[in-house]
Design a protein around this ligand. Structure first.
Ligand code: HEM
Length: 183
């Protein structure tokens, strides 16, 4: 996995807790933590960090990854500010991640393996997303989607339809502008 994901997770831990917690996590997971954005690191490091963080935070693994993904989103989004500005909302942005951002990641780093998404509009408010990746990190995607909702000022609900922890995860993403919730 590219270091930028570990940098984003570090930022999430520091936002939610503090620098010392990140250092404690690295110690507990027996990792040195020198992640550079462009480097590539063992996927198992992420599992080790989550394994160490669960007992420290009291979260169960899914909840922890979801929370970390949500708070990791700003770090990733800040790399593509113009795409965030151009997007009309969460759903539109998620399409841009799949059509523009992840392909761009792949162009710059042929060793990267970002997930792919398929989209189906179920209604004005609900987008069905099919996540595909051998890494089986649909729950991280769920957290990042919640983080996108925060950025766009939308109330976002993610319902898992099938396949959490599988290579194919289907979720329905309801996104409603905060001001429109009474409609
Ligand atoms: C501007 C925002 C984003 C940037 C710059 C970005 C970039 C990246 C990069 C560099 C990777 C690592 C790929 C690798 O090392 O093989 C990655 C993985 C991933 N991205 Fe994104 N991403 C962004 C937004 C999102 C969003 C909104 C979602 C949620 C739908 C998402 C879902 C994922 C997941 C789940 C992975 C983990 C790898 C996997 O599941 O296969 N990303 N992304």
């Amino acid at each position: 996995m590219k270091g930028v994901i570990f940098n984003a997770v570090e930022e999430a831990v520091v936002r939610l807790y503090d620098e010392d917690t990140w250092d404690d996590l690295l110690d507990a997971a027996k990792l040195d933590g020198h992640y550079t954005a462009l480097g590539s690191y063992d996927d198992a490091d992420l599992g080790a960090l989550v394994g160490a963080a669960c007992p420290m935070t009291g979260h169960e693994p899914h909840e922890l990854i979801r929370v970390l993904g949500r708070h990791a989103f700003p770090h990733l989004a800040d790399r593509y500010p113009e795409l965030v500005d151009e997007a009309t909302g969460t759903h539109d942005f998620l399409r841009r991640v799949n059509d523009i951002i992840h392909p761009e990641v792949l162009k710059l780093h042929p060793d990267a393996k970002p997930p792919s998404f398929e989209f189906e509009d179920l209604s004005d408010d609900v987008l069905r997303i099919t996540y595909k990746s051998a890494r089986k990190l649909g729950v991280l995607a769920e957290g990042l989607i919640l983080g996108a909702g925060d950025r766009f000022g939308e109330h976002v609900e993610v319902t898992i339809i099938s396949g959490l922890d599988e290579e194919v995860t289907v979720f329905d993403v309801r996104a409603v502008k905060m001001a429109d919730q009474s409609n």
